[in-house]
Design a protein around this ligand. Structure first.
Ligand SMILES: [Zn+2]
Length: 306
């Protein structure tokens, strides 16, 4: 026999109630759980946000610190660079002074009737000049060995320009000079001899840095050298090889000697040429600075060697 639905409900009322209660309870629990989870999630999000803010702040602080450090480092580097630069400049100056001190000061000395070389002075080393450049080939001539490469280049360059140059005199010892002076005196008389072969000129020859030029045509008649093509060529080109005319025309201190050329180094010769100045017009202290670069150019640059 079948029970009606009403009867079933009535019969199972208690069970239904319990069942409904259980369903409700589980719903409430589920809802609570969800709310709790939501709340906890929000809390976590908030904590994370706070942590993120903190990290961002720390990062910003770090960036500021880094910039400060970099700026400080930069300052230190700038200071270091300027100290290094100053130090380098000082080292440079010391080197210049050392080179000046190590170079024979006589090489750039101005000579006069009251200041001349000691009779015992001799160049540190001498080289025999290639005889093909001599006026008198059987009378060997010598020159300061470190100046020979400069002179050789000058002679070769003149030759290439078809301006043949010859040398009539170079290094002269004190004794040789004395003999020569006596000869001049005998030939020209004491007054004239003192003028063109006296104390100034002899010192430059005794240094081993000075030569008297002539040409194959003029030979020993070098007193006419001023009119030669070779002289014009020297006026335009000798300075590039470090040679200058010690006693130019109309100079205030000595007779004109167009044949007499002294080596003063590439730097000073160029300076004198560019500024149209005479060696003997310069102050001795200003000249001495060039001792630092006196022999420069012998091993590098345009200088050729034999
Ligand atoms: Zn001379």
């Amino acid at each position: 026999m079948k029970e009606s639905f009403q009867q079933f409900i009535t019969k199972n009322k208690t069970r239904t109630l319990i069942l409904s209660g259980l369903v409700l309870l589980s719903l409430v629990y589920g809802l609570g759980q969800t709310i709790y989870q939501n709340l906890s999630l929000k809390k976590q999000v908030k904590t994370s946000e706070q942590t993120l803010q903190k990290v961002e702040q720390e990062l910003a602080d770090f960036k500021t610190d880094k910039e400060r450090l970099l700026s400080a480092l930069n300052k230190v580097q700038v200071q270091n660079n300027s100290v290094t630069q100053e130090l380098n400049e000082m080292v440079g100056i010391v080197e210049i002074f050392q080179r000046i001190a190590q170079t024979d000061p006589q090489l750039l000395q101005k000579y006069s009737k009251i200041y001349f070389l000691n009779e015992n002075y001799k160049p540190s080393a001498l080289t025999v000049i290639d005889t093909k450049y001599l006026v008198t080939k059987d009378k060997p001539l010598e020159i300061h060995d470190r100046i020979w490469p400069f002179l050789a280049n000058l002679l070769r360059e003149a030759e290439e320009a078809q301006v043949p140059l010859r040398i009539i005199s170079a290094y002269r010892s004190f004794d040789k000079q004395t003999t020569l002076k006596t000869t001049y005196r005998v030939t020209y008389g004491a007054g004239t001899a003192n003028k063109f072969s006296a104390d100034q000129g002899y010192s430059e020859h005794q240094l081993g840095t000075t030569v008297d030029f002539s040409t194959p045509t003029l030979g020993t008649n070098f007193d006419r050298f001023a009119k030669s093509e070779a002289y014009t060529w020297l006026l335009a080109n000798a300075y590039r090889h470090g040679f200058i005319l010690s006693y130019p025309k109309n100079n205030a201190y000595y007779v004109y000697e167009p044949w007499h050329w002294r080596f003063v180094g590439l730097d000073l010769a160029k300076q004198l040429h560019d500024e149209q100045k005479n060696f003997y017009d310069l102050d001795q202290r200003a000249i001495n600075v060039y001792l630092a670069t006196f022999f420069n150019g012998t091993t590098s640059g345009p200088i050729l060697t034999n």
